[in-house]
Write a protein that binds this ligand. Sequence first.
Ligand code: HEC
Length: 113
Amino acid sequence: MKYALILLLLPAMAAAADIDAASGLIKNPGWEQVRAHCGGCHSHALVTRQRADRKTWLDIIRWMQETQNLWQFQTQVETQILDYLATNYPPQPNRRRAPIPPSLMPKIAAPVQ
Ligand code: HEC
């Protein structure tokens, strides 16, 4: 019974983490544009590591266009790229784990001399 439930859930779990093995990009609408345009100068990991709202993603793109020789996009392509980035890599205010509670920290046996 337990196993039947896991089998039922498997397709949903796979869909939730449908990541392109080569680029690491989440395979949602627009991802091919980002694969084509955003991996030529640096790793796609620089993209997938970043989190930002739509305006900040646009700022990052404009910065690369003004200072790093990133090419101009057709309006439709730029919209697809921004929609993809803002949807799949939105801001995450706290991406660090919570501190370890003091009660779980190792005891200090003796002060270091
Ligand atoms: C023409 C070359 C080029 C292309 C194409 C390019 N970038 Fe960049 N990008 C750069 C350079 C250069 C840097 C700075 C790298 C560094 O600091 O090591 C950078 C940095 C970044 C950063 C890190 C910014 C930061 O503040 O740390 C992100 C995010 C990024 N790019 C996303 C993208 C996305 C999204 C695309 C596609 C729309 C893209 N890049 C395409 C040249 C490019």
